[in-house]
Write a protein that binds this ligand. Structure first.
Ligand SMILES: [Zn+2]
Length: 133
């Protein structure tokens, strides 16, 4: 993922929100990133800082919330959340690369079926924009 490109998209979106609300400045923006989304949060924060200079978003705080991944077993319909203590780091990276790895790294804790799907974990959205009018 190109963090610079993502940061620019976030800035464009929050500047639009700010201008619609006649804000002079953006105080903070909260974004939600799914746990399986392959993003370097530090690089994203840095890019946000650099690219927001000389805009209404300059100096705004970028708050990043990580949303826990959820899975569902297609065999018994059990749903559960990813627990990083029970899955190794390499498997998390595989899932970040592609949801297609799910059948290799995830199995249902109830019926042990490998026929599972990702319910959430790959999303990214702006949850809140704090503005100053
Ligand atoms: Zn199951």
């Amino acid at each position: 993922m190109n963090e610079g490109y993502i940061a620019q998209s976030i800035i464009d979106a929050i500047l639009e929100v700010a201008s619609k609300r006649n804000a002079t400045k953006i105080k903070s923006a909260t974004i939600v990133i799914g746990q399986l989304k392959f993003i370097d949060k530090e690089a994203l924060t840095k890019a946000f800082k650099a690219l927001s200079k000389k805009t209404a978003a300059e100096g705004a705080e970028l708050k990043i919330k990580v949303k826990t991944a959820e899975f569902k077993c297609k065999n018994c319909n059990f749903q559960w959340r990813l627990n990083e203590e029970l899955i190794n780091a390499r498997d998390v990276i595989l899932l970040q690369l592609s949801p297609e790895y799910i059948n290799q790294v995830i199995k249902c804790p109830i019926c042990m079926s490998k026929n599972c799907e990702v319910l959430s974990g790959y999303e990214m959205y702006i949850e809140n924009v704090e503005i100053i009018i």
